[in-house]
Design a protein around this ligand. Structure first.
Ligand code: MCA
Ligand code: AMP
Length: 504
């Protein structure tokens, strides 16, 4: 096979007229039209001097062209580095410098803001939607698309930056083999077929929206209703035309808040899937009683793609993430090497299989730290297995907040807060939140002899951090609770401030 991933995903669709994307304005994009656009992007990127193995960073709003850019990179063997559209220029500085990307693609509205950074780093910057610009104009002039690049199973297809407990983001290198094996396994497991229409309202810069949703759709030749973002009313309007939906738990709790979500609206639907954050038993039960559908919960990570899933046919157990996908080994640290772990044994979840990434970009030391001696990836999640082999995630041994499916590492936020002139020290943690699952808050110990203005601190923080990382509330205190080793007692803070906020 010439290009392991691209051919594996799109091989079936080169010349077919089936619909791939259904857009809000009523237009459809066929697979053929989409692949033509991808080929044109590939040609333009080639003209710009990018070759297989080079990195291309993209901070683009969700659109068919944004997705075609991803397909173009796969086609040309260019390593795709998608970036959250919420990242500020100072966050981008790190990703671009660290990755060594040769080119950054943005939207016209962000161009002026990003140009100084691109100039400073000598990175070529282009806007994907600047229709009168040379980059977009040359898309139309391409007549002979370049050859599809030869790419192997082990070649890196994408690098996704994921924050870490040390506060420094790491670039997870995902190979063609990682992505294709997972897409095929999920499509088979969830019984995707050419007649399916997936309701897609996720962002396309993370594993969930880009790899799980898109790759599963493509590999099974189905279509997606491609919404620019999650909007409850648009979802309700689109559900009658869909057969499946994927989302984070917030999607489901927001849908449940809408009285129009009723059994007849979704009677024809085949499957609702949830992931990226814990789905509460309450949401599972309420969704079932309102719609008759049991949400299928699955579990994964940027570094591993999807690891486990509740079954399509068979018991979907609320509060569990199901069983490991075929071919993927899952074990719990501290469990006996042979035989099943003791009931209720809680251990670190460790994973091995074709799904597991190739390591962190330019960081062999960190890569070594996150694998066991016998090659299992250490997820940092804590779990236990029930008698039927269903995995339950019971906690994390990493300091992480998941808000609406986005991960926030407190250390990164604390570093910014601690650098503020009014702040002596800070502790950032998550408290329960009805809509987002968890929300970010901070306790701040002010500097002596300083007047503290929490609003100003938040305003300044938002200059360097994406808005979803900025604490929703700041509490002031004279000191932080610490143990004898000097470690801040986050669990205690969580308890105190959850009670204070009334559990939200
Ligand atoms: C937006 N905001 C958020 C979030 N999203 N704040 C905290 N947490 C969030 N998730 C901020 C905006 O910047 C804005 O801030 C304000 O909240 C707007 O609120 P709202 O309009 O309610 O938000 P929204 O635009 O409706 O977005 C909420 C959302 C969205 C629909 C839940 O966050 C979303 O699509 N989440 C999905 C994330 C995802 O795809 N995760 C998968 C990661 P301000 O008011 O200050 O301006 S991949 C992964 O985790 C693994 C691999 C896996 O297993 O899938
Ligand atoms: P990320 O690093 O953004 O890929 O996020 C991965 C993390 O999301 C995992 O390590 C888990 O902590 C969490 N996660 C993903 N799916 C689930 C789920 N179904 N239930 C609970 N946590 C989940």
């Amino acid at each position: 096979m010439a290009n392991y991933l691209f051919d594996g995903l799109f091989g079936e669709h080169e010349s077919n007229q089936d619909t791939f994307l259904k857009l809000l304005d009523g237009t459809d994009v066929t697979y053929a039209a989409f692949l033509d656009k991808a080929a044109r992007f590939a040609a333009v990127l080639g003209d710009a001097g990018l070759v297989a193995g080079d990195l291309l960073a993209a901070q683009v709003a969700k659109s068919p062209d944004g997705l075609a850019l991803y397909a173009a990179c796969l086609r040309s063997g260019i390593v795709y580095v998608p970036l959250n559209t919420g990242y500020t220029a100072s966050e981008l500085d790190y990703f671009l410098s660290h990755s060594g990307a040769k080119m950054l693609i943005c939207n016209t509205v962000d161009r002026a803001n990003l140009q100084p950074l691109a100039d400073q780093l000598s990175i070529r910057l282009e806007a994907i939607d600047d229709v009168s610009g040379e980059f977009c104009l040359s898309l139309h002039n391409q007549v002979v698309p370049p050859q599809v690049a030869v790419r192997d199973k082990d070649d890196i297809a994408a690098i996704l930056y994921t924050s870490g407990t040390t506060g420094r983001s790491k670039g997870a290198m995902l190979t063609g083999g990682n992505l294709l094996s997972n897409a095929r396994a999920l499509a088979r497991l969830w019984a995707f077929g050419a007649d399916d229409v997936l309701l897609h309202a996720l962002p396309i810069f993370h594993t969930h929206g880009l790899f799980v949703a898109t790759n599963v759709t493509v590999v099974s030749g189905s279509a997606m209703i491609f919404l620019p973002r999650f909007d409850t009313e648009q979802m309700i309007q689109s559900l009658p035309d869909a057969t499946c939906m994927m989302g984070v738990p917030t999607f489901y709790s927001r849908l449940l808040d809408n009285p129009l979500l009723q059994r007849p609206l979704v009677a024809h639907m085949r499957l609702f899937i949830s992931g990226s954050a814990p789905l509460s038993n309450d949401t599972f039960a309420r969704f079932e009683s309102r719609t008759g559908h049991q949400i299928l919960e699955r579990y994964g990570m940027t570094e591993t793609n999807m690891i486990a899933s509740n079954p399509y046919d068979g018991d979907r157990k609320p509060g569990t993430v199901g069983v490991p996908l075929p071919g993927i080994e899952v074990r719990l640290s501290g469990a006996p090497k042979d035989g099943p772990p003791k009931p209720n044994h809680i251990g670190g979840i460790e994973v091995k299989g074709a799904n597991v990434f190739a390591g962190y970009w330019k960081d062999p030391e960190k890569t070594r730290d996150e694998f066991s001696d016998d090659g299992f990836f250490l997820t940092g999640d804590l779990g236990c297995l029930d008698a039927d082999g269903y995995l339950q995630i019971v906690g994390r041994n990493k300091d992480l907040i998941i808000s609406g499916g986005y991960n926030i590492y407190p250390k990164e936020v604390e570093t910014v807060l601690d650098g503020h002139p009014q702040v002596a020290e800070s502790a950032v943690f998550g408290i329960p939140h009805k809509d987002m699952g968890e929300t970010v808050v901070a306790v701040i110990v002010p500097r002596r002899d300083t007047t503290v203005d929490p609003k100003a601190i938040l305003h300044d923080t938002a200059k360097s951090l994406a808005r979803y990382k900025v604490p929703r509330k700041i509490f002031l205190n004279t000191q932080l609770p610490r143990n004898v080793m000097g470690k801040v007692l986050k669990a205690e803070l969580r308890k105190t401030y959850t009670a204070l906020e009334g559990g939200q």
